[in-house]
Design a protein around this ligand. Structure first.
Ligand code: HPA
Ligand code: MG
Length: 213
């Protein structure tokens, strides 16, 4: 259980004017926090580590929507390259789940899972998540997955946030460990906006007002 690429609390990210930001978000972004290229480079190595650890038995990659879709697509692209060029290759099938959570602040989090999970029976499952903050959603998802009797379950999360609200849950693979800041982009949203932004960015306070619901 590695901590991933650790980004320090005092890291402020990069001047957004040195990167390409869509015009419609230019005034909303404060800083670029993790550039898209770095996300892809780290993802390439995660793909290698995951494939190294997985047996040669069929893997079901389970994407946690919506925030996980970019990471999922890029991770699978890197795994495909390894399957094409390595000595060993593993068949991968894909499945998708959408999680709705209730009682955000309750320690016994209730979630509802939308998606077909009966296909996971007896399989090696790789859960692909965008961000783990408290870890409660993931714990609840893993508890539900167990009902469908997968052979093994591993979790990869692109981001893990260092927060005092953490339940102590740690995924098997981590892209980046980040400070307790709100980030958007690369499919992570603020009220559904900013998924269509390549870099992981920090928002301006006034953007949070602008897109508030
Ligand atoms: N950004 C977007 N979605 C999130 C975050 C975040 O920082 N933390 C938990 N969900
Ligand atoms: Mg998520």
């Amino acid at each position: 259980m590695a901590c991933g690429l650790k980004i320090k609390d005092e890291e402020s990210g990069y001047n957004k004017n040195l990167f390409c930001i869509p015009k419609h978000y230019e005034e909303d972004v404060e800083r670029v926090f993790i550039p898209h290229g770095l996300i892809l480079d780290r993802t390439e190595r995660l793909a290698r580590d995951i494939m190294h650890d997985m047996g040669s038995h069929h893997v079901v990659a389970l994407c946690v929507l919506k925030g996980g879709y970019k990471f999922f697509a890029d991770l699978l692209d890197h795994i495909k390259v390894l399957n094409q060029n390595g000595d060993k290759s593993v068949p991968i099938t894909v499945d998708f789940v959408r999680i709705k959570s209730y009682c955000r602040d309750s320690p016994t989090k209730k979630i509802s899972i939308i998606g077909e999970l009966s296909t996971l029976n007896g399989k090696n499952v790789l859960v692909v998540e965008d961000i783990i903050e408290t870890g409660r959603t993931m714990k609840a998802l893993l508890a539900k997955l167990r009902d469908y009797k997968p052979k093994t379950v591993k979790v990869v999360s692109l981001l893990v946030k260092r927060t005092h609200q953490s339940s102590g849950y740690r995924p098997d693979y981590v892209g980046f460990e980040i400070p307790d800041k709100f980030v958007v982009g690369y499919a992570l949203d603020y009220n559904e906006y900013f998924r269509d932004l390549n870099h992981i960015c920090i928002l301006k306070e006034k953007a949070k007002e602008k897109y508030k619901i």
